[in-house]
Design a protein around this ligand. Structure first.
Ligand code: C2O
Length: 545
């Protein structure tokens, strides 16, 4: 393959949205950040220079980073953050993957501003398993906060107040005409009639799953998280934070209107406050006259709490599973694990502040009632040097502390345990993991993301996972292969993966507010016996804590 060199200068840049000018961290002054384009098998060398007064690190979301966790990027997991004035080179090869992925900062909530597309084209001379599109266009969905995001996080961490409420959803950084003071910041996709476009969709929003649709047009899903799927056609899709999706859009041969609206709106079942606005962009066949700036009619999107629409949509996904792209689903299972994921509570530690959890408690989020505690140094380096003492414990609970039973009333996830705990896995262990959602305070789903791996989604359902009656219904033939899956609200999802990538790998909810509250854990995958089954040594410029 080829080698692609990029330089990321992280710097403060003034950006204005909704008539509010903020100084935000950007890569090379761009917001959203630069698009990286490689082919399957290529090497990427990204030199990061941190010129801001704040720690940063970058994650190449969905890249498997085989034996090379040093380039994965989550702060305090695979590396210490890059401090202000320091540099670090991410050097990795994209193996066995092609499609759309993305990159984002992985320190605190910095990814609200620091994100961009990572396009992986098929190998030279290799086409797509569908007709070649006329054009390919990345569309990143995001969120804009008028307030300082650090203030927003601190509020979320301290009391649990209103963390979900951004001021706008965005298309490629632009809020569009449904917000005040924003119509000039409208994303326009200019198209020709009768052609097929491939939209490379990326949900980089901090805390919201999103519905997406285009008025009078359908979308054919062909790829999810850089794995091909059996094509299916919908008028509305839903995409969780962290997920990516390639969809084909065939334009009308003779459009009735010069422009159509594209729209995104949140899917959430949370009873609390959230931003329920619809953001719009324009699919433009011909430039509309400047005087006529009215937004064309919005597409009909499901209601914000339409869980039925979401589960119907997610059941469409099947691996392409062709001769060229077989689905290598682990058949025998070595480890059966059940993790409960959800929000819990801690006692409110403040005397002069009100905590906003149930009965005045403070929110915590947990996996098997363990709320992740950020270590003081990177777990991967501790593992490589076998210096675990004071850094991590290998006793992450592999079953819930008490049998979980969702009866429609909130379970008692109170007073969670806090700690930096990992699940050790032997090299090549075949893991089946059931993620059971526990939803207090109404219901909400959790987009769980696994670093360093793709997993196969073999089953999902509502209510309690039933270890006797659910597994016979698993799809082991052509389950979708992904790196991020939404654990449905008050339901469960079962995934399988083969632990063939040694290192320490984070798994967490891709809602940043839940990640901040501790909905996170890590796997410690040991080296295999052969030389090509061992972790690579760390690069010499690995940052220190
Ligand atoms: Cu896209 Cu750990 O995140």
């Amino acid at each position: 393959g080829d080698t692609h060199y990029y330089t990321f200068n992280v710097q403060m840049t003034n950006v204005t949205r909704l008539c509010v000018t903020k100084s935000i961290p950007t890569v090379n002054g761009e917001f959203p950040g630069p698009k990286l384009v490689v082919r399957e098998g290529d090497r990427l060398v990204v030199k990061v220079h941190n010129h801001i007064n704040y720690n940063v690190s970058f994650h190449w979301h969905g890249v498997r980073q085989l034996r090379n966790g040093w380039a994965d990027g989550p702060s305090y997991i695979t590396q210490c953050p890059i401090q202000g004035g320091q540099s670090y080179v991410y050097d990795f090869t994209v193996t066995g993957q092609r499609g759309t992925l993305w990159w984002h900062a992985h320190f605190s909530w910095l990814r609200v501003h620091l994100y961009g597309p990572l396009v992986i084209l098929p190998k030279r001379g290799e086409g797509y398993p569908f007709p070649r599109p006329y054009k390919e266009v990345p569309i990143l969905f995001g969120e804009w906060f008028n307030a300082d995001t650090e203030a927003v996080i601190n509020q979320a961490l301290q009391t649990g107040a209103g963390p979900n409420v951004s001021d706008a959803y965005t298309f490629n950084g632009l809020p569009g005409p449904t917000y005040n003071c924003s119509s000039k910041d409208t994303y326009k996709l200019k198209v020709k009639p009768g052609r097929t476009y491939m939209l490379r969709l990326i949900n980089s929003a901090l805390n919201d799953e999103l519905f997406f649709g285009i008025a009078n047009h359908t979308l054919t899903v062909v790829e999810a998280d850089a794995s091909y799927v059996k094509p299916f056609t919908v008028s509305t899709l839903v995409i969780s934070p962290g997920q990516t999706m390639n969809v084909l859009l065939t334009t009308a041969p003779s459009p009735a209107s010069p422009a159509y609206a594209m729209a995104i709106a949140p899917y959430t079942n949370t009873q609390g406050t959230f931003d329920n606005t619809t953001a719009a962009a324009v699919l433009e066949y011909a430039p509309t006259t400047t005087r006529n700036n009215t937004l064309p009619p919005l597409p009909a999107l499901p209601l914000y709490n339409d869980t039925g629409a979401v589960s119907n949509f997610s059941r469409n996904f099947r691996s392409l599973n062709s001769a060229r792209y077989p689905a290598r689903v682990p058949v025998a299972v070595d480890r059966h694990l059940l993790f409960t994921v959800g929000l819990g509570t801690d006692p409110c530690p403040y005397t002069n502040q009100t905590c906003q959890g149930p009965n005045g408690t403070k929110f915590a989020a947990s996996v098997n009632n363990n709320s992740f505690f950020r270590p003081r140094t990177a777990l991967l380096e501790a593992h490589y040097r076998r210096r675990y003492a004071g850094v991590l414990l290998a006793d992450f609970p592999t079953a819930p502390p008490h049998p979980f039973n969702y009866t429609g009333t909130p379970p008692n996830n109170t007073f969670v345990q806090h700690g930096t705990r990992v699940v050790p896995l032997r090299f090549n262990a075949s893991v089946e993991l059931v993620l059971q959602g526990t939803s207090i305070q109404g219901a909400e789903s959790h987009p769980l993301h696994l670093h360093g791996y793709n997993f196969f989604v073999v089953g999902q359902g509502f209510g309690n996972f039933d270890p006797v009656n659910d597994p016979p219904g698993y799809n082991l033939a052509d389950p979708v292969e992904r790196n991020t899956i939404s654990v449905p609200t008050a339901g469960w999802v079962a995934v399988r993966f083969l632990a063939d990538n040694p290192g320490v790998w984070l798994m967490h909810c891709h809602f940043d507010v839940h990640l901040s509250w501790g909905l996170s854990m890590a796997w410690l995958v040991n080296d295999g016996p052969l030389p090509n089954e061992k972790m690579l040594p760390p690069p010499s410029d690995l940052p220190k804590c």
